[in-house]
Design a binder for this molecule. Structure first.
Ligand code: ZN
Length: 90
């Protein structure tokens, strides 16, 4: 008897169950990707928009804003720490 004749052929029901499980996994992955894209788009849309004259000092804590921050974010009003604090409470 050779090794091929000892191998049991897969049951059609087993193959169908595996295919259905893989289809469910693909649906779950697609749903997760869609949700991830939605959350990214929402975050980009709701991020702070900086315009106008940058403040010299943070309006929250009064620390001097570094020139690099003022140039990079025109209209910025708060330091990094205060901005991060605001974003955590949103
Ligand atoms: Zn501050």
């Amino acid at each position: 008897m050779n090794t091929l004749s000892r191998t049991k052929a897969p049951d059609v029901g087993d193959v169908r169950a595996v295919c259905e499980q893989e289809a469910r996994m693909a649906d779950e992955i697609e749903a997760a990707q869609t949700e991830s894209a939605f959350l990214l788009a929402l975050r980009l849309k709701t991020r702070p928009q900086y315009r106008g004259q940058s403040a010299v000092c943070c309006r929250e804590c009064g620390d001097v804003l570094p020139d690099a921050r003022r140039r990079a974010l025109p209209g910025v009003q708060c330091c990094v720490a205060c901005t991060a604090s605001h974003e955590q409470t949103r």
